[in-house]
Write a protein that binds this ligand. Sequence first.
Ligand code: ADP
Ligand code: MG
Length: 497
Amino acid sequence: MHAPKASTIGPITQGSPEQLAYMDEIEKLFTIDTEQLGDIKDHFMAEMTKGLDNERQTLAMIPSYVEGRLTGQEQGHYLALDLGGTNLRVVLVTLEGHGKFKTVSTKAKVSEELKTGPMRDLCGKSDLKLKGMDDTDTNRCVTMGMIDYIADCIDRFLTEQNLGSVDEDLPLGYTFSFPVLQSKINRGILTAWTKGFNCSGAIGKDPVLLLQDSLLRKHLPVKITALVNDTVGTLLSNAYQKPDTLAGLILGTGANGAYIEQMTNIGKWKEGATTSHEMVINMEFGAFDNERVKLPVTRFDNKLDRKSINPHFQIFEKLISGMYLGEIVRNVITDMMDRNLLFGQHGQATDIVSGHYQFETSYMSSIEADGSDDLAMVREILDTNLNLTNVDDVELRIVKRLCELVGTRAARLAAASIAAIVIHAKVDRKGADIGIDGSLYEFYPDFEARIYQGMAELLPDFAGDIRNIIRLGLARDGSGVGAALTACVADKMFKSK
Ligand code: ADP
Ligand code: MG
């Protein structure tokens, strides 16, 4: 599966003098040239070192407790659990060796009631039964805890797969995509909820212990052996098939990365001997340059930041990831409307485009892919999604150009982060594989090509052969297969200790 190619139109050359002058300024604001990108990359590298040596830095550089590398020969049955934003997924992963695997999975919706209810079952299963409730119908017991709902899903899945009464406990990798202070490969403390979750009685607790307790009460043959960040899972799922994998990135709703570091470079590590000289680091790079030292943050980015639920934080993520790119474009569009430079002369209803987050990043993908002379797709998107009709040709081209600028800037910033990792890790011409997961990378036209372009500028020694040296690839399902592989690594570490 590959994204379509972008059909780039370049700087705007037709329009009123006012439109041309405005777009001239926009070009300058959103273009990051090679020199500036190099500065950003250098700052990124310095921040990496700071985070490796000290606690509580902007780049958190969190040790994942995943020690060593995969060989691709790992085998066995593992469970993976993925608690994401909207769905709960249980996956049975069978590792077959030679980088091959099979998966069977089930998905369950996480209702708003569950997301904002208690973490633990307050009325208890027995009470449920006494009240004559169907214990699979979660909506009928408002006090049913999130954790017990999860355990129920695992219970049902094991029964379906005839694994309810196996002799040996199945190892489970738990992808828990919320901020966790990790203290072991399968221990950590939830520090805050994000993404609309707000279960009571969970912050400050270990999500692994809570779930393991519930699994024990149900007598399920499952042992949680790994707590996994999705970037780490992405790295491992790529590494299983490509042993020269150095890093894993998420370019989806958010942006983050993980890479393999030498223990001797992790100055803040105080936990003594490890089973390997290497460990995976979860960078939490969405927070890079929250201080705004090097990032070319525009007034449109600042507007987005101020109105976000986490003002000032995650600024790198806000310039790069799927949740935000459309909103940046929308901020420019509305600014142009306020100056009578766009959508004014036809008297259209512009109330939809005036609403927060109404210009989705997926629209940018379709707009960038439109290679027709009359920009029929751009017209169609503005019409059907935003109710903007009678848009003239100049306006269509301006909207397309804005998408190109914001999309290209995002890809180039992503390139700076990868180049920083590559230089930091002293990659030579033998090169490295980088696994990337997320809809932005998968579906945005030329996002990958623009990352390569940025990397070629930052890594001039590799420029002629960049695609063969820094090998980017889609690593789907890091939270499933990657979590299972993390559980497998945990097994190995446990046995070798
Ligand atoms: P998650 O990061 O939650 O695991 P995804 O990787 O699917 O999920 O990323 C979802 C994000 O990707 C959303 O913010 C959405 O705006 C963006 N997105 C979805 N489809 C596309 C597309 N076709 N082109 C660009 N971005 C997209
Ligand atoms: Mg994801």
